[in-house]
Design a protein. Structure first.
Length: 279
């Protein structure tokens, strides 16, 4: 075919064969150029076995086996026009036909010029640079995966891992993995023993740059109920109220037991507040 030898100099395109069935395009008659492209797409790109009009046919690279009727339907042509087009291709030494077990087999003689399987190899410098880029990319992905896994293990609420991964990728542009990890350790410590329902999702925590949050001392409650009494922390308002109650009532035994408690410690009382303060 005229100009076929120069095709590779102009570059090639790779196109899926399913384009012929794509619903985005109307069914309409082929031009001769489209008909030839269809023939190239139907030819075997490697040896394979197909069913011909009279049984199985073994095709070599560049061969196809279709009846004129089948091609006429596919192209929207009359059978006489298909036959005429194929004859012209044969006369120009672009197409050759033969029979195999009664089935017609066609060979596109310049198939390799129209169907380029691989792209030209880049030079060694480009190859080397490409390899380095690939290796660097693998290294970055591996390091990112490792850092995220460390973060995820430390985070106190394992919810919405996918969203957390995306947020972590974005956060890596604003902080180092070490900064994020130190922040998550502080947050995990602050959430120990707390209701997970009120713990932020990892993506929310990351998107708000919360690794920058200052450490918040865990609040120790002034009282806690245990059995029939109430444990009160030394130094709290309730503790001071009970000290006043003891002095007012000269309850040296109670005052002595309260003095024996270390700072930050607890002592058990009958209730949270003395009776004179419950009225």
């Amino acid at each position: 075919m005229k100009g076929a030898g120069g095709m590779s100099k102009r570059g090639v395109i790779a196109m899926a064969r399913c384009i012929w069935d794509d619903p985005d395009f109307k069914d309409e008659k082929f031009t001769e150029r489209l008909a030839f492209i269809w023939l190239v797409s139907e030819a075997a790109w490697e040896p394979r076995r197909v069913r011909g009009s009279n049984g199985l046919v073994d095709l070599k690279r560049g061969e196809f086996s279709h009846s004129i009727r089948y091609m006429a339907i596919a192209w929207g042509w009359k059978k006489t026009r298909v036959a005429d087009f194929l004859n012209r291709l044969k006369k120009r030494d672009t197409l050759r036909d033969s029979k195999q077990d009664g089935s017609k087999v066609y060979l596109i003689k310049n198939y390799n010029k129209f169907q380029v399987v691989g792209l030209p190899k880049p030079d060694s410098k480009t190859d080397s640079k490409t390899d380095r880029i690939k290796e660097d990319s693998k290294k970055v992905i591996k390091e990112y995966t490792s850092h995220f896994e460390t973060f995820w293990k430390a985070y106190p609420r394992k919810t919405a891992r996918g969203a957390a991964g995306k947020a972590y990728t974005a956060a890596m542009k604003r902080a180092t993995p070490e900064e994020i990890f130190e922040g998550v350790k502080r947050y995990a410590k602050a959430r120990e023993g707390e209701n997970k329902h009120f713990t932020a999702h990892a993506s929310t925590w990351l998107n708000a740059d919360r690794w920058l949050d200052e450490e918040i001392p865990k609040v120790v409650p002034d009282t806690r109920t245990n059995g029939s009494g109430v444990w009160i922390r030394k130094g709290s308002r309730q503790w001071l109220a009970w000290e006043q109650h003891g002095r007012r009532n000269n309850d040296d035994k109670m005052l002595f037991s309260m003095d024996c408690v270390e700072d930050g410690g607890e002592r058990k009382f009958q209730c949270a507040w003395p009776s004179e303060m419950n009225g």
